[in-house]
Design a protein around this ligand. Structure first.
Ligand code: SF4
Length: 250
């Protein structure tokens, strides 16, 4: 791995379409970046991780029955304990009968390098299962509806590209909303995945090659790590900044 090569996380692919300046600065990393406090989001992330770990262990242990009786870990608040239990109950309901052989955690942390050699796409795979006819199911867990169509999410595309390179004949995407108990699915065949790979490469290189990436304000500014040094936002009157910081402008 060339340490000089820009590393792009799949979550940044959406940023590239929102604000080119933010994308370039986040990929560049480090200087001037300020992470905003996300206490509530971090707690939700923690519960999500605990749910995913319990599910993964159950799959690797041979069955989901134990999930029906799994107690929430110590240290969770009452509503977090409720969320944990609700997540497991909904998972069993939605995925209990789905076919597939689970892949091990070691297979979920690869590093993908785009064939252009110009940047590295680093990612962590969601739960993955080998299914019939050489396919792989990518099972995404969430507490809520996805922001975009599950088959159009660039984070899904990045994973599908890796799985196809690894030999998957197709990728079945299943988004499980563990809060509401809703399943959404999409099928990505190899042609669709090939187009997705092309789109990712074009999108990233188009921004990286831009000699003067523009700042484009929007609702996404409220969590932007380079907001304080942003040439556009720093010109805003204080009232606008407050609205932006709370995500109230779009
Ligand atoms: S604050 Fe908004 S406009 Fe400025 S770099 Fe960040 S996302 Fe872009």
């Amino acid at each position: 791995m060339d340490s000089e090569r820009p590393r792009v996380r799949p979550s940044l692919l959406a940023v590239a379409a929102q604000c080119r300046l933010r994308f370039v600065r986040e990929v560049g990393g480090g200087v001037g970046m300020v992470r905003f406090s996300r206490a509530n989001a971090d707690r939700a992330f923690l519960v999500g991780n605990l749910v995913e770990q319990a599910i993964e262990q159950a799959h690797l242990g041979g069955g989901l029955d134990g999930l029906l009786h799994t107690e929430p870990p110590e240290g969770l608040l009452a509503e977090e304990r409720w969320l944990f239990r609700r997540g497991l109950d909904h998972y069993v309901e939605l995925a209990g009968e789905r076919p597939g052989v689970p892949r091990t955690p070691d297979e979920r942390f690869p590093l993908i390098e785009h064939s252009s050699g110009r940047f590295a796409l680093s990612l962590r795979l969601d739960l993955t299962f080998d299914i019939e006819d050489g396919g792989v199911e990518l099972r995404r867990l969430g507490f809520g509806a996805p922001r975009t169509d599950v088959g159009e999410d660039p984070r899904v595309h990045a994973q599908a590209v890796h799985l196809a390179r690894d030999g998957a004949a197709f990728v079945q995407v299943a988004h499980l909303d563990l809060l509401h108990g809703v399943l959404r699915e999409a099928l990505l065949d190899r042609d669709r995945i090939r187009r997705a790979a092309h789109d990712i490469g074009e999108r990233v290189l188009d921004v990286l090659d831009d000699p003067a990436p523009q700042a484009s304000p929007g609702w996404w500014c409220h969590q932007c790590p380079v907001l304080r040094s942003c040439p556009v936002v720093s010109q805003q009157p204080p009232a606008e900044l407050i609205l932006m910081a709370t995500g109230e402008v779009g």
